[in-house]
Write a protein that binds this ligand. Sequence first.
Ligand SMILES: [Zn+2]
Length: 261
Amino acid sequence: MPVALSGTVALLAWRAGSLSRSGAGAALLVGTVCLTAGRAWGLFLVLWFVLAALASKVGQRAKAAATGDVVAKGGPRDALQVLANGGVYAAAALVALLRPEDAGVAAAIGAAALVAAGADTLATETGTLSKGRPWSLRTGSFVPTGTSGAVSVPGSVGMLLAALGFALSAHWVGLIPMSAVAAVALAGVTGAVVDTVVGAWWQARRWCPSCEGETEQHRHRCGTTTVHYRGVSWLGNDAVNLLCTVAGAAAMGAILRIAIS
Ligand SMILES: [Zn+2]
């Protein structure tokens, strides 16, 4: 039953253009693990995905115009993107499945990972849609919209509201108790902040020799193959997104440890 259900959702998302073929395969895997762990795990995953996909769809054309030169991947999410966002959550679902006595802790940690990814996604979407110019956390100077590690006031407000909204929806579907909502939101914000800091200082930046401009694309939209020129070469967008969810989960683990001791 979980396979049929997550297969249907993955198929619909693929048909709607939200997932690539490999992305649909990864979503089938993540979705099946989560639905097997329980209804709340599956519901929060679906809710998260719908909200993130909606946010990406809103004003897609305007955003493509604003960030076309800068952002690494647009369009359907592939397997790496799905696992970077949902892998930690699925691992937590697996823990809940295998160790029912730890299901409550696993739910809070898993929810924090997905809240971090959602807060980061919504921060980027609101920051990109708003008119304000973002600045680099590292240099303090204005940078093009969509640059990794850039911050703006609307983006930061969007991030905080999204963290709270996603944490509340985790409670709403029955994954976490109301008493955990604030802690999960805080852990999610921590993950999104780590994402921004790593994005500013260490994320790989590439250079298009033809356009003489910075980009995250391996093959620039002008057709030229770009070269790595700054940051850790293997630390691409997916690795940073994975780090965001790991940091959210770790922050929740630390909060739980402090709360229990
Ligand atoms: Zn170019």
